[in-house]
Design a protein around this ligand. Sequence first.
Ligand code: SF4
Ligand code: SF4
Length: 361
Amino acid sequence: MSSERSQAFNPYSIPVKVSGRTSRIRAWKQFWGMLREWKVAAKAIASTSHPLLAHIIPMRRCNLACGYCNEYDDHSSPVPVEVINRRIDHLARLGTAIVTISGGEPLMHPQLEEVIRHIRKRGMVAGLITNGYLLSRKRIEALNKAGLEHVQISIDNLEPDDVSVKSLKVLDKKLRYLAEFAYFKVNINSVLGSGINNPEDAYVISRRAVDLGFTSTVGIIHDHTGHIKPLDPSEAAVYHRVKAIGKKGYARITPYFQDNLAAGRPNNWKCRAGARYLYICEDGLVHYCSQQRGTPAIPLGQYTKEHVRHEFLTKKSCAPYCTISCVHHASTADFWRAPQQNVYEARPKPSPTMEDLLQLK
Ligand code: SF4
Ligand code: SF4
């Protein structure tokens, strides 16, 4: 796909006007957010016995049905807010720094704002991963008011296709609402790799994100067998262009992670899942991550600092070709210390969803 196509095929550059008031509030909140991030980093360096990031699932149900996804259903009920808030209390007890709400589609949860408020009340950073379909001006204002601090949306293509309707064509209007009204930070993730028909789409999506004042990242995906293939030359060219216009921040601290995956090379890193990163499913069990669900599968209420210390030292055999960059980020502060002694032999799992590939700051 040529770059001419992307330039010609870009009807989405509708300008957005942001009010002076919104800009000032956003700048102020983002300044405080940056200070909080530094506090998280300092605490991470000082101690290894608390989680940095937890993903929590308040709702497995989704309003979409992406062809590659193994993480949703079309019928389950929302987890009651009292139950989720008790789980958030347990995350606070463990000393968790950042809680990101994921799904399914969390915007379908009728009391999502209460959950966000509770995360903030317990002193943790509140984030959200959404497909964006249910965003409106009113909902964004409610999320502002609840104290949400960052949002991530993954966009798979320019036009909806048989596999995914998370397209820029559908979502551009939602992105404009976010640019106009959101006080929180927004990151847009695009994807490259097996099954992505038009790699050039990733560049157009990233360009649009940056034009709207958001950060942008790109994820590399497995093929259907769960293996990473090196990007072909046209994909690799897009990858480097997207990286060049992408975000500042964490991804630049560990650029080799995505670079190695793009080249089909393994990464040499210590996955601290179960310690620095926790995945809390809708049943309230702690798992390593969305792709190693079932391990260790301990109820969060029974999870202790001892479990955190044990998993910190457990080597994961799935690490070399893992594409889950948020776990990598959460593990980065400990790259140089504490060699891992225990061994976990990962079971083969299906390919991750696009949401697994999201890169959180
Ligand atoms: S990838 Fe996200 S939006 Fe698509 S079906 Fe899965 S949970 Fe829903
Ligand atoms: S799949 Fe990745 S994040 Fe999950 S346990 Fe394995 S190495 Fe860690």
